[in-house]
Design a protein around this ligand. Sequence first.
Ligand SMILES: NC(=O)c1ccc[n+]([C@@H]2O[C@H](COP(=O)([O-])OP(=O)(O)OC[C@H]3O[C@@H](n4cnc5c(N)ncnc54)[C@H](OP(=O)(O)O)[C@@H]3O)[C@@H](O)[C@H]2O)c1
Length: 332
Amino acid sequence: MKRTKLLLAKQNTYADKDTFTLIEENIDNLKNGYIRVSVSLISIEPAMSGWIVNRTNYMPTLNIGDIMHAFAIGSVIESNHRNFKIGDRVTGNLGCQTLADINPEETELDKTIPLNISDELAVSACGLTGLTAYFGLQKIGNLKKSDTVVVSAAAGAVGSIAGQLAKIVGCHVIGIVGSQEKKDLIIDEFNYDNAVNYKAEDFKEQLNKATPNGIDVYFDNVGGPILNYCLARLNKQARIVLCGAISNYNSDKPMTGPSNYFNLVYQSASMQGFIVLDYKAEFNDARKIISSYIDQNKIIYRTEVFEGLTAIPDALQHMFEGKNKGKVLVKV
Ligand SMILES: NC(=O)c1ccc[n+]([C@@H]2O[C@H](COP(=O)([O-])OP(=O)(O)OC[C@H]3O[C@@H](n4cnc5c(N)ncnc54)[C@H](OP(=O)(O)O)[C@@H]3O)[C@@H](O)[C@H]2O)c1
């Protein structure tokens, strides 16, 4: 039996074909204490650009020649570990490879995905993506029914779910996106009340018009100038959920802070970051809630699936160029 794996070849900020090398190897006998997982679907994350250059501290350091990290789902095909059996579905950092030999004592895996949740759902709306939207809003957003909520990257994986969750609470929800097509999509499909195009010359006027009473909660996926302008429109006691800063991920310059940050003081507002993995202990309950919303058609989720490990650089570029609507996945 052979295994194909994608190794890190270059630590560049903008992942392209030269960033990785694809190799094929014969597999050895499975070590004691290990399980062998057949990887089926990989979740493409903006954070992958940070893993390549070791910008994040919540993933193991990656050196040239290491298997590229990937949150993914797969099935156990061989087990030398007492807690895992053949057929178990597992999610976690399985790496960009067809077959993953994993020591569950070293790499944390989740094998509690309910049978009614498909692989695709388990790595999108009911996976880290949906959970990120859920916990960001629940733990930091602290939503109230009358709140005006603004979400950036609103047609993307996290943003599309965040907007719908805020609508379920009864908030007035505005999405920030990069095209007219995405404006239409988030209103027609993802139930947003209004949409603003940040690439339009009159972006600020559009946002002012869409938020005449200011902003109570800003769910920030992008950082940069959009975060800065939202800071200027905060209401008293507003909350900013710092989820991500994709506008900075492909830059080799150090990140700079927003000049409007002092409005947090004037408005007694707060701005808090989080990593979804902080809330692991609550994943199961949250997953049940999100999947019941999906069953009731209160949440619509979209996926775009690329084929094969060789498609990973293209899938990353597709997302960073804003071509995706919903969650980008790679079928292994
Ligand atoms: N804190 C956590 O635990 C956690 C977990 C998962 C994800 N995240 C973060 O959540 C954010 C969204 O992730 P995702 O997986 O849902 O990705 P996504 O939104 O599906 O895809 C990224 C989107 O970002 C937008 N974008 C790209 N460059 C931009 C720029 N310069 N300025 C503004 N928007 C830009 C594009 O949409 P447009 O066409 O609209 O520009 C693109 O479609 C990322 O920042 C990610 O790092 C955080």
